[in-house]
Design a protein. Structure first.
Length: 346
């Protein structure tokens, strides 16, 4: 990505925290008994950081978004179908894409859902990861298409993204791909930080506050259709603001997001299609803490049993889609083994 989108201002994943995971951590060092050889301690810490685990944490997103409920179902499918001694996975709420990659880097999570664009930024040390390369994760598989939905209501009088200047706008949770994309989209429309009142709301909370008149608009990089938007439309006259023309060209030029048309049939309240942008949601795993064998079993169990997922976005998890979003990313060796076994190649 060509624009720096404020990784250091995200508040939850500072450069210091990222780099602290690479070497001697002050808190960890303080717990070592006095008199230990520093070199030995460092070797022990490095070895511990690379230990493979079987009781895993899957980072999802905020409870009102797509990641959290879909992640719960992914965990259920894995727990029911992975035949591996000691295996268990728990899906946990998080700040989503950037947060999940950061927690995998620090060894706090082993699996994570993310948009493919922050993942590309992470391995390059760019965008939200400016100055801190995060590369200890590998691609497992594609999940679904993420679609940016900029939502407002008719009673606000807002009819374009340019109208968001001076308004109360939810830009997505800290650490989410939504927030990074929202800032870029606003910038593409000539709106800078400080030109609007920003709220780092979860998607469900944002919809509730729009309904109550406490917010004017919200950004959400979500599955289509999004349940919170559908529910909001039952109470308010909902409008999805378009990203088009020069602004769309700017977003495409300065990121890996692609143009997308939300079909009028996606929501009952839409009369016409709406131009926006899209990216891939993918599943990644720690290269340090998830072994090749377990990675293989996870991919095999998930994609051969994805029909058991009832969430609407689960329909995209088909073998013919499995490599979507993998280009430019490291592949987890377990996933690579499965892809080769199935005759699937990049």
């Amino acid at each position: 990505m060509k624009k720096k989108l404020g990784f250091l201002s995200a508040g939850f994943l500072s450069l210091g925290l990222i780099l602290g995971a690479c070497g001697g951590n002050a808190d960890t060092d303080a717990e070592e008994p006095a008199g230990d050889d520093p070199a030995d301690t460092g070797e022990e810490q490095e070895e511990a950081a690379g230990d493979h685990l079987t009781d895993l944490q899957l980072g999802t997103g905020s409870t009102g978004g797509t990641y959290y409920p879909l992640g719960q179902e992914i965990a259920n499918v894995l727990n029911a179908n992975v035949d591996y001694d000691g295996f268990n996975v728990s899906a946990v709420a998080s700040g989503a894409s950037v947060d999940n990659l950061g927690q995998i880097f620090r060894g706090e999570m082993q699996l994570g859902m993310t948009v493919h664009i922050p993942a590309l930024q992470a391995i390059a040390g760019e965008g939200d990861f400016e100055g801190a390369v995060v590369d200890n994760f590998g691609f497992l598989g594609y999940i679904y298409p993420e679609v940016m939905q900029v939502v407002t209501t008719e009673d606000t009088g807002i009819t374009s993204i340019e109208d968001l200047k001076g308004k109360r706008v939810a830009i997505g949770p800290a650490g989410s791909a939504t927030q990074s994309a929202a800032r870029l989209i606003l910038e593409a429309h000539g709106i800078e930080d400080g030109d609007y009142e920003a709220f780092e709301e979860g998607f469900g909370d944002a919809a509730a506050r729009i309904q109550d008149g406490q917010l004017d608009a919200s950004f959400g990089l979500l599955g289509l259709p999004d349940s919170t938007t559908s529910e909001l439309s039952l109470q308010r006259e909902v409008i999805i603001l378009p990203i088009e023309g020069d602004a769309l060209a700017y977003v495409e030029e300065n990121s890996d997001y692609g143009a997308y048309e939300i079909d009028a049939g996606a929501y009952d309240f839409l009369d016409d299609s709406v131009s926006t942008v899209t990216a891939y949601a993918i599943l990644v795993a720690s290269l340090d803490q998830v072994s090749e064998d377990l990675g293989y079993e996870i991919v095999k169990a998930l994609y051969e049993n994805a029909g058991g997922i009832t969430h609407p976005q689960g329909e995209h998890m088909k073998m013919e889609n499995i490599l979507n979003g993998s280009e430019g990313l490291p592949i987890h060796p377990g996933a690579q083994k499965y892809f080769e076994e199935q005759g699937i190649s990049e």
